[in-house]
Design a protein around this ligand. Sequence first.
Ligand code: Q46
Ligand code: ZN
Ligand code: ZN
Length: 329
Amino acid sequence: MKCRKCGATAAINMRQHKLALCEEHFLEWMPEQTQRFVEKYRMFAPEDKILVAVSGGKDSLSLWDILHRLGYRADGLYIGLGIDGGIGYSDESRRLSEKFAAERGLTLHVVEVEATYGATIPELAVISHRGRDKPCAVCGLNKRYIMNRAAHDGGYNVLATGHNLDDEAAVLMQNTLNWAGGYLVRQAPVLEANRPGLARKVKPLCRFYEREMAAYAIVCGIEYIYDECPHAVGSTTLYNKEILNQMEERRPGAKLQFYLSFLQAKEQGLFALQADDAELHACEKCGQPTSAPGPEGCSFCRLWDKVRAVKGAQLPLPARPTIEISDES
Ligand code: Q46
Ligand code: ZN
Ligand code: ZN
């Protein structure tokens, strides 16, 4: 197989695009495509200040690399979840994120959940009795809150995450199977900051296959954590990805078409935009906007109050509220 651009031996064949490229041209193609998506979905402009959520995985580190190559002002945020899973998952992902930043002279902010709030994510799940054997629900809640807070405190107006096409298609499949209208309406490459104190959320890699992201990280020589989070094992998302891969195997481009047709249908008004009319109030404890008014506070405050009631005085007091955060993802 030969590179379409120069005729040299191809390093990757992307059947869905009917495009084979050598290493050199693949490394050019990925940032070019990213820039195209950034413009097409109006994600950000050169003057924006971007915070990239990095996990030490191939997608988020490659995203940071690409934005840096494209000349954007992008710093990183690593959230330490305190997950070990017998493989030192969080320690290793932090080490690789820090190594990546140090090698390129980039700024990485680190928030360790345990050091900041008083418990690791797995402990928090056990103490709060949320999520049965999986800490993913409390993990997602904490990550959203901390990302928004860090973006606001650092003066970033854009929050970028490394979700790729496989991630988006798997979530879309689940939301479609459940006809989860509220989630379908909000699933998009860009989630506008519709309230003061919120950053615009963008997914610049949403049209790249996972396989393309892995190839990019390898060709670039990015050292990333190969293991998935141990709690992802057996998840519905991974199951959906397997099914979508089987479909892709029989019909190259099936995943991309599924996602792009969805975006097009939305643009054409198939999903009437549900007015975001849930009235928001300032949380009585931390000041962030919440749809749950009352003395018990927002879901983040309620969760940590529960933990504090169990662990008592060992925990630090809640961080001083400085910003407004919405409960939504
Ligand atoms: S939610 Fe669950 Fe992920 Fe958190 S506990 Fe791991 S698998 S990291 S995207
Ligand atoms: Zn070439
Ligand atoms: Zn609160």
